[in-house]
Design a protein. Sequence first.
Length: 470
Amino acid sequence: MDKVRLLKIAAIAAVMIGIWNGPVPTGLEAETWHIVALYLGLLMGLVFRPFSEPVVTLIIVGLASMFMKSSILLRGYGNDMAWFIATVTIVCTAFIKTGLGKRIAYNLLIRAGNSTLGLGYIMVITDLLLSPATGSNSSRTSIIYPIFQNIAQGIGSTAEKAPRKLGAFLEVLMYASSQTTSALFLTGMATNAITVALMSEMLGINMTWGTWVLASAVPVGLILLLAPLVIYKIYPPEMKSLSEVKPLALKGLQELGPMSTAEKTLLGLFILAILGWMFGPMIPFVNLKMQYVGFVFLALVLITKVLDWNDVIAAKGAWNIFIWYGAFYGIAASLSSAGFYTWLADYIGGIIDLSVYSGMTVTAVLVFVSLAVRYFFVSNSAFVASFYPVLFILTLGTQANPMVVGLLLAFCSPLGALLTHYGNGAGLITFASGYVPQKDFWRVGTTMVAMSLVILFGIGVPYWKLVGLW
């Protein structure tokens, strides 16, 4: 074993053992503090990567099983989001096996402009068109991303071979796009409804769909407009022009020939899945959440023999994510149930007396805190439901304008997920394709968050004043 790996393992072990055996802070139970130690160790393992993510997870969970309850360690493996991400990742392999993904990709390539930047904008526009009616950016990403991933694979850009040729650019752009369109519309992400409910209950602000769009149109619209160009500059694809590959796309389309029965079957099921993700929650007397649509999609793909069991077990990306995300989610959820995040917010409030600062200073502090703690959360909904009430409580009694704080935190809920690859299901789905190393994924995401903050504070806040929102 090399020295660097040993140092990483030693650092992770030192942090976990030190926190586990250290004094328990006032207001926390010993078990909660032990979960903190386990969580930080797992987080460090995913960041430092002395081994691959699932191996790190199995090592830490395996050793922790001697000291902690299985209800904590294995809680996340019963979570429907963990299964949904694995399910849609498995189904994505059907587009490769049948050739339908290539067929759609080739048709898009033929009709796209000559630049890869233009292709990026086509992907963003596709996401934008679906976002108002698709209350889950995870399901939206599972619809859109496989198509564009097939474009990359069609020109020889795979995770193993030439990832930076095109695939890496499309991967990070898809995540940035999905989070930004989620901020653009109240119905762009289910978590937005939680934020709006909390704003109404705790801040006395009633946010309608129209008010949300009025507030987001200029600042978030600008972020979405700039996202492909900014990512094209900071993480550019090696292929800049599509002119040379268009003849190859035509040739590839001819070689595919007419649509096979498997392709037609998959296309029909794909359309049904899109309709399910868009309108399923509206159907009365049926519990058709997005996760269950994903399960049904996979079931029908197996029933029709588009995929078989060998295809399922061969989907390594799906099972890799399920192993590490399931444990990570479960441990994070246990922290939330134990009241750790409420304690943390109270602790922060006890250190900083926000009432003595100007309204904009308080607002900036609250937004910064909301972003800083994102590394502790592997679910946007859990983050908003458990932490935003605390931030809204801290807002009251200060000079901060509740509407400004509410809008900034509402838009930072989806945008802040870009800081990590596990902050939202859409990130996990795109990251699973393996084109982008974790450090690059985080670096590009952090850059996009920084740009978003500049636009939200520099353009959004004055714009909201201009249109009379505060």
